[in-house]
Design a protein around this ligand. Structure first.
Ligand code: AMP
Length: 507
């Protein structure tokens, strides 16, 4: 089945002969979808792509609500030899315009609510076809799917062919498209499935978005490769997740999930028969880890990864899961720590930049050879930009970020992008955007803004001005107006001091 298509063969292998077994229980629609029905729909999706002129290697951009049809489209794109390109649903028209111009997709799928706004943008970017997909599993993508027959013959694709491009935030405000091969996706999910002991007996609560590596590749690919079922939820709702726990075995979440779940009554009883809780995408506070263990008796398994590399490290399944650490390098993955200035490996126990090599690592940034060369070494090591240390027993801890990344609710925000927008607001002299601790989001985006002399600015006015141009999750939760920004002798704004000064802003 799907012979010659490297990733598709692997995604299908565990469910062959188990066509009647449940793959998805769709929380929104109440539908129970078997593996057989899911793959038939994915084949129909592949046929829709071909009917719309999509050729192997073409990009399929998707900014749509989390639906079963979007998952079918992902697998359909793999079957058609196309490159799946999911976009955060929070991105605004201005942001989408950059992605469409950069990726030049052959097709865009969007929420019908955004069609009027996105159609002219797509036209300017020469995107020939737009289909729609709405929450509730409706739209022209779904009606086109239903007109096609299953039985699509998978397009041959090798290990090195691209399966997906996922955009990361760029330090200079420009996002970079991480090119992910069939091998990178297949190898990582296979490794994680074995490492975390996923089997066809598992039922995963799938509440993560599917425009990000965590929900799309970790959660979905592992389930397909293990032949596990998923309880498929469009978004995060702590109480709904708690209520599903007695029927499930595993949950994958960002730290915010666990913080919120701890606030729901009846958690201990609900979690009794769960097998595994996985956390990642941002640091899990040791406090949350400890509290979770106290309330539920389970040790959350924390792992570390990124868009460019899939997952790199994980706490052990059987051994001690240490709070505040991300465990060990996964099988087949090499991790080294290097000096940021010399690139030489640091002494044991010292902090260095985490570099990673393995089949999981991406193939470079889409149409950005210079950026690729800066971060991906000739010897195959990718310079993650995360600072880490490794203790005597080999546990890896992420201690900070070399880049000034803010991670809020599991999403990355690069301060520079927001600073550039704020600085354009009339009456603003300069700004510094930082992340400060926040109980729910891990970090909250805060902007410290200096108005021009004699200009009266308000927090609300600045927020209102930038809101149309930037996704909501990137918008500052607070804007603080100050007379000047503290700088060092080299003229650099002292963000460390600002973080210290405002660390208690949210309690
Ligand atoms: P993304 O590309 O959106 O997946 O974000 C990747 C970044 O998230 C990494 O470079 C890390 O800085 C951070 N990250 C992911 N998992 C963890 C973790 N378990 N602990 C600390 N930081 C993490």
């Amino acid at each position: 089945m799907y012979d010659g298509n490297y990733l598709a063969e692997k995604l299908r292998s565990a469910s062959l002969g188990r066509d009647q077994a449940t793959f998805l229980r769709n929380h929104q629609t109440g539908d129970v979808v078997s593996f057989g029905a899911f793959f038939q729909n994915a084949e129909r999706m592949a046929a829709v792509l071909v009917a719309n002129g999509v050729n192997p290697g073409d990009r399929i951009a998707v900014q749509a609500p989390k639906t079963q049809a979007m998952l079918e489209l992902y697998v359909g794109a793999v079957l058609a030899g196309a490159v799946f390109l999911p976009l955060n649903t929070a991105y605004t028209g201005a942001e989408i315009s950059y992605f469409l111009g950069d990726a030049e997709p052959a097709l865009l799928v969007c929420d019908p609510k955004n069609l009027a706004a996105l159609a002219p943008i797509a036209a300017t970017c020469n995107v020939p076809v737009i289909l729609t997909l709405a929450a509730g599993e409706t739209g022209t993508l779904v009606s086109s799917r239903d007109e096609e027959a299953p039985g699509f013959k998978a397009v041959a694709r090798g290990e090195d062919d691209l399966a997906a491009i996922l955009y990361t935030s760029g330090t200079t405000g420009r996002s970079k498209g991480a090119m992910l091969t069939h091998r990178a996706l297949a190898s990582n999910s296979e490794t994680l499935k074995d490492y975390w002991h996923f089997t066809s007996d598992d039922v995963l609560i799938h509440a993560l978005p599917i425009f990000h590596t965590h929900g799309l590749f970790v959660a979905t690919n592992i389930s397909l490769m293990a032949g596990s079922a998923c309880i498929f939820m469009a978004g995060f709702d702590a109480e709904v997740i708690r209520d599903y726990m007695p029927e499930a075995t595993a949950l994958m979440g960002v730290p915010t999930f666990y913080v919120r779940l701890l606030e729901t009554p009846g958690l201990a009883e609900a979690a009794k028969n769960m097998r595994l809780f996985v956390s990642g995408s941002a640091p899990l506070l040791a406090e949350t880890h400890d509290k979770w263990r106290e309330v539920t008796g389970h040790a959350i398994l924390e792992r570390y990864g990124m868009t460019e590399t899939n997952m790199n490290t994980s706490n052990p399944y059987d051994g001690a899961r240490r709070a505040g650490t991300v465990g060990f390098a996964l099988p087949g993955v090499e991790v080294i720590l290097t000096d940021p200035d010399t690139g030489v490996e640091v002494a044991p126990g010292a902090v260095g930049i985490l570099e990673v090599r393995g089949p999981n690592v991406f193939a470079g940034y889409w149409r950005m050879p210079e950026k690729t060369a800066e971060e991906l070494r000739d010897n195959g090591f990718f310079i993650t930009g995360d600072m880490a240390e490794i203790d005597a027993e080999g546990y890896i801890s992420i201690v900070g970020r070399a880049k000034d990344l803010i991670i809020t609710g599991g999403y990355n925000v690069y301060p520079k992008e927001i600073e550039l927008l704020i600085d354009e607001v009339e009456g603003v002299s300069e700004s510094a955007v930082i992340g400060v601790p926040h109980k729910d989001f891990g970090e909250a985006v805060v902007a410290v803004v200096v108005p021009q002399k004699g200009v009266a600015l308000s927090e609300e006015a600045i927020l209102k001005t930038i809101a149309p141009d930037v996704a909501r999750f990137k918008q500052p939760k607070r804007i603080i107006l100050v007379g000047e920004l503290t700088r060092n002798t080299m003229g650099k704004v002292q963000k460390k001091e600002l973080r210290e000064q405002y660390k208690d802003l949210f309690g």
